[in-house]
Design a protein around this ligand. Structure first.
Ligand SMILES: O=C(O)CCC(=O)C(=O)O
Ligand SMILES: [Fe+2]
Length: 389
């Protein structure tokens, strides 16, 4: 089979090389594969050029946390031995002594409740990665329909795993930017963005490569009562367009047409938490404000989240660690401080959650997904005089 090599540049996949087969399948080449540990091989990102999904339809979401037993005795049976260490007083807990792959449904519900309370749960010494992509996605499916990412690569047969390989490059990642920190809540542009999510780094560089998480509930609480009140029922527009454009520019694949949806800036979760729901990756503007006003206010809110070291934690990746976190009540960013000659592979599976609401009276009220048809999306642009114009 003839093989064409394609170097998909660093922002998407690092310096690793890919091969394209006759059917349009894009997979990692053998030399790049050899730089990764064995555990990563079943999780490698791949693409199919013709892989297309329709825009998502609205779904109702029934949070498993609401079904959980509040005393958590299924998750922590009385006869077990556990070590729980809070990474900060209100946010983030490291847990040893639990094997996620062995939890029953009642324990998984309690895990959702604990994630809604602590935001980020770091489980060490898990066998879930070794058990393979099916075990990883089956576990995450307990929390809802898994989101299929519109642009990222995925292991073959497991489109619900978002798999991102970075590093393996001589390129200086900071040649055009001072910092690559980009706090975000995953795919917040979707009508039903993700809630409970699983993350693991299967191939971590020797040093660095942590993930930083910010507590969006505490970010909200730190605002003055007057400011909080002014933001109630104010909406922001979240966009998938720049991410889709990046995929096009870098020679990647756009599997689902980009969307733009509005969400309340103060979001209330089904468990009753109020969170500051804006992020620098996908929040484009504030509805009803003029451009300068919107930029000014968004800059304040985003700086507040990214600069809030006193409501952030960092997860230091070790082999076989799995993070279970709630994307609704936190923001996170990769930390690109590692030696980018080394490859880093992250995998994620995440359940679609409720359409964000300010007021729980509106929870699960049907709504329309807003597909972006304007000229900012490169995929919408047509040459004047062409058949589509
Ligand atoms: O690479 C990381 O540490 C974070 C990855 C991430 O943001 C994601 O996959 O959602
Ligand atoms: Fe993310």
């Amino acid at each position: 089979m003839p093989v064409a090599y394609q170097n998909i540049p660093s922002a998407l996949t690092g310096g690793s090389k890919y091969k394209v087969d006759q059917k349009g399948g894009i997979t990692l080449d053998d030399a790049s594969k050899e730089k990764l540990n064995k555990q990563s091989i079943p999780y490698l990102p791949s693409w199919r050029k013709n892989e297309k999904y329709e825009p998502y339809e609205f779904i109702e979401y029934h949070d498993r946390a609401l079904k959980a037993d509040k005393d958590l005795t299924n998750l922590f049976p009385k006869d077990g031995k556990y070590e729980l260490e809070n990474l900060s007083p209100k946010f983030g807990t490291e847990i040893k002594g639990i094997q996620l792959s062995e939890l029953n449904d009642a324990a998984k519900d309690e895990l959702a409740l604990l994630a809604s309370q602590r935001g980020v749960l770091v489980f060490r010494d898990q066998d879930l990665i070794e058990k393979g992509p099916k075990a990883f996605t089956d576990f995450a499916k307990h929390y809802g329909e898994l989101h299929i990412h519109p642009t990222s690569g995925a292991p073959k047969e497991f489109p619900e795993i978002h798999s991102v390989l970075t590093g393996n490059t001589d390129e200086n990642p900071f040649s055009t930017k001072n910092s690559l920190i980009s706090f975000h809540s995953d795919v917040s542009y979707e009508l039903n963005p993700t809630g409970i999510s699983l993350l693991s780094v299967t191939n971590n560089p020797k040093a660095g490569g942590d993930t930083v998480f910010a507590d969006a509930r505490e970010a909200y609480n730190r605002l003055s009562p007057l400011f909080r009140e002014k933001l109630e029922d104010v909406y922001a527009l979240h966009t998938a367009v720049p991410q889709a454009n990046l995929a096009i520019v870098k020679g990647g694949v756009v599997k689902r047409h980009p969307v733009e949806n509005i969400h309340p800036i103060i979001r209330t979760t089904p468990t009753g938490d109020k969170v500051l729901y804006v992020n620098s990756a996908f929040t484009k503007s504030i509805v009803g404000l003029k451009a300068e006003e919107s930029e000014f206010l968004l800059k304040f809110l985003l700086d507040h989240i990214s600069g809030g070291h006193d409501f952030q934690i960092r997860v230091n990746w070790k082999p076989n660690s799995v993070v279970v976190w709630d994307n609704r009540i936190s923001s996170h960013s990769a930390i690109l401080d590692f030696d980018t000659n080394e490859p880093r592979l992250i995998i994620r599976a995440a359940a679609r959650a409720e359409r964000p609401v300010n007021n729980l009276a509106n929870l699960n009220k049907p709504d329309e997904n807003n597909v972006y048809e304007g000229p900012e999306y490169l995929g919408n642009r047509v040459e004047p005089g062409s058949a589509k114009a």
